[in-house]
Design a protein around this ligand. Sequence first.
Ligand SMILES: Nc1ncnc2c1ncn2[C@@H]1O[C@H](COP(=O)(O)OP(=O)(O)OP(=O)(O)O)[C@@H](O)[C@H]1O
Length: 360
Amino acid sequence: MAKLELHNLRKQYADNIVPVKDISLEVEDGEFLTLLGPSGCGKSTLLRLIAGLEQPTQGRVVIGGKTVNKIAPGDRNVAMVFQSYALYPHMSVGENISAALKLRRVPRTEIQVRLESVAKKLGLQELLYRKPSQLSGGQRQRVALARALVREPDVFLLDEPLSNLDALLREQVRSELKQIFKDQQKPVVYVTHDQTEAMTLSNQVAVLYDGLLQQLDTPYQIYAHPANQFVAGFVGSPQMNLLELSCEGNTAILGDFRIVLPAFPTMPSQIVMGIRPEDISLNPVEDSQTIEGRVYLVEALGKEKLISVRVRGSDLTVRTLLPIDQNWEGETVKVMLPNQLIHWFAFNSNLPLHQRDRLN
Ligand SMILES: Nc1ncnc2c1ncn2[C@@H]1O[C@H](COP(=O)(O)OP(=O)(O)OP(=O)(O)O)[C@@H](O)[C@H]1O
């Protein structure tokens, strides 16, 4: 058992820079947790705190029930994979993979068995005698992963391991990663700012912003029920449409169109309406709830199209499979905003996005 627990972690640097303010979370054995957030939100700092490469200003890191704050990185039995691969250039692939085991004086025969097993798992058998400079980016990344796996650590930490790969290779290695970690019975913490990686690889996603945990949930819940306006805008591509609307009684007002609000304990005077581009229908057959809009941009994404529509003075992006082409620019369309797919967030112009909580 090597459950990872973070208790009220805080990291403060000089000049009052606080990349991690107060973060608590748990990662169970066999769970794949992704730390997702924009650049500078504290993801790598949090990972370095877990690895022991940084000391927390406050809080505790617990691995397998034991507080490890005072244990040196090398003695934590944590394996870290870096964006830069960090391979030893003068060593062969095989030597790179087995270096940590030699250092720990693991018997030679056991090293050989573990090396062969991990090389097979990652398809590296043919490359064991090459130097890192003789490998492609994808192959180097596989060696970096092999080096982590062969150690059989208590916790795996991966810091943007795919970000040096081109788009196609990234997709390929991403699915390989999923396969590799599927059978691992250890906690995995994976850092990325790429939401596709977060959504496809993880059991749990922790969205970070401003040094704080904004939401910790399954990928589906993060998508379907974002906890605040920051998460709503950060997860999803293209971004969720977010409109600030005035309210009157139990309705929100979009031009002369009224959208019925759920029954909130107190009805707000202003609100933020969120609707994902893929949840809006254009020219639906049933038109009781439609509103007219004018198409001003059509962008083709292969089979799907992104349609920008101006509706009662507001701009909406729609993602659709309808056979719409550039000729539609300037046309009037009927737009349906299905009530059950609308997300409502508290609006207060003084509050930052991550403090505008979900209302429904
Ligand atoms: N040693 C340090 N001293 C001072 N400030 C630091 C130090 N390390 C990181 N920071 C600051 O802490 C903040 C968070 O950095 P961190 O690397 O954790 O972000 P990140 O979310 O991983 O970003 P990215 O996705 O760009 O790697 C940044 O503003 C960074 O400048």
